[in-house]
Write a protein that binds this ligand. Structure first.
Ligand SMILES: Cc1cc2nc3c(=O)[nH]c(=O)nc-3n(C[C@H](O)[C@H](O)[C@H](O)COP(=O)(O)OP(=O)(O)OC[C@H]3O[C@@H](n4cnc5c(N)ncnc54)[C@H](O)[C@@H]3O)c2cc1C
Ligand code: SF4
Length: 343
């Protein structure tokens, strides 16, 4: 990969990195694993003068906090998340989500923070531009949108593809965000703006330092599926994620969080289907209705050659399976705390 020349900073901790980002302003970019940023620079979508590299730092291992929540450092590599006994035990859905990102090589470099903070994607954007076409699109400061020519100049329908964000939102995770002299806690859900132009609600000098996932209760079950044509090295057609809590006896659902990724500019909470599930029976034959409700409620954007109706149909069929998995895992909890139930 041939890149242009840029300056390189190597801070020793995240606080120093935050100060450097503030000092250097909008021409600096943070690099964690670099697996999303450097390809983006390679195709000229990003052209920072300075890279603030986090390569000198090592993440603290994931920790169970006194309230049972799990704190995970943002620099943790996805391969380490996939194999962490703490995460596998308490948050198997997160371990699963980490395990389906890219390839083994990618997961050994890629970090949790970088995965969440990756840019949206579009077939027209993620190409070498002088090779593919000449005119830049709206997102690159040009005057055209190739796949959606009727869009206004401020509307970009590129798609947010993280495999991990939907799982974290289903688990109601929080993000600890730092900048020079300040720290804030925000839900992972509210990290995303919904705009394809600027998909993250993060200032240029802000860094995600940690993710905190609350303890799941009793009678908890999860389902997760990355729908893709191949088993690896591929972005998803969609990412389906559900976290269910059952009533005592587990015959009906108390509450549900349903999140679908890779269908819009941000991960999508499917709230009407969540309400439909709450209080509903969890018998096998009753799951087709909420699955159909999910497919009906969402409004997927076509992406990577998949049409809107293909994505919707794919979700309708596969989401019933995701729900069945969640109910089955819930039935195996046997009264123990929810995440620690299987596999
Ligand atoms: C071949 C290939 C296949 C891929 N397949 C997948 C896939 O299947 N699923 C998927 O989700 N992704 C995929 N990716 C994208 C990418 O590899 C992953 O999302 C990865 O987790 C990004 O992490 P990173 O540490 O390498 O991020 P980086 O490239 O270092 O950073 C990505 C962006 O996040 C910002 N950033 C990094 N860390 C932080 C932080 N702590 N706080 C604030 N901002 C931060 C950077 O400034 C940059 O803008 C793929 C990439 C490649 C090259
Ligand atoms: S959807 Fe966005 S990234 Fe894709 S061509 Fe249109 S403006 Fe560019």
């Amino acid at each position: 990969m041939i890149l242009y020349e840029f300056d390189y900073e190597r801070p020793i901790d995240l606080e120093q990195a935050a100060s450097q980002l503030r000092r250097l302003g909008k021409n600096a970019r943070l690099a964690a694993g670099g697996t999303a940023l450097f390809p983006s620079m390679r195709v000229d979508n990003d052209r920072p003068d300075t890279i603030v590299s986090l390569a000198a730092m090592s993440p603290e291992p994931p920790k169970t906090q006194p309230d049972g929540s799990i704190r995970i450092h943002s620099l943790m590599r996805l391969a380490a998340i996939e194999r962490s006994p703490v995460i596998e035990d308490a948050l198997p859905m997160l371990a699963r989500a980490a395990s389906v990102v890219g390839s083994n090589q990618i997961r050994h470099m890629a970090t949790l923070g970088g995965n969440l903070c990756q840019d949206t994607r579009c077939l027209y954007l993620n190409q070498k531009h002088d090779y593919q076409f000449k005119a830049p699109c709206y997102k690159r400061g040009g005057e055209v949108c190739f796949p959606f020519p009727n869009n206004a100049p401020d509307v970009c329908w590129s798609v947010y593809m993280s495999d991990i964000a939907p799982a974290l939102i289903a688990l109601d995770a929080q993000a600890e965000v730092i900048a020079e002299g300040r720290v804030r806690l925000t839900s992972v859900e509210s990290l995303f703006s919904g705009s394809g132009m600027t998909p993250l609600n993060l200032a240029g000098d802000e860094i995600v330092r940690a993710i905190i996932v609350p303890a799941v209760g009793k009678r908890f079950g999860w389902g997760y599926l990355k729908s893709a044509r191949r088993g690896g090295m591929e972005y998803g057609v969609s990412i389906m994620s559900v976290a269910l809590t059952g009533e005592p006896g587990r015959r009906s659902c108390r509450s549900a969080r349903i999140v679908v990724g890779a269908i819009r500019e941000r991960p999508v909470r499917v709230t009407q289907a969540e309400s439909l599930l709450a209080g509903s029976p969890l018998a096998d034959q009753a799951l087709a209705r909420p699955a159909a409700a999910v497919a009906k409620e969402i409004s997927p954007l076509p992406h990577h050659g998949f049409t809107r109706s293909y994505i919707r149909d794919d979700i309708r069929v596969k989401f019933a399976r995701v729900l069945r998995d969640a109910v089955e895992r819930m039935s195996r909890t046997d009264g123990r705390e929810g995440g620690r139930n299987d596999e």
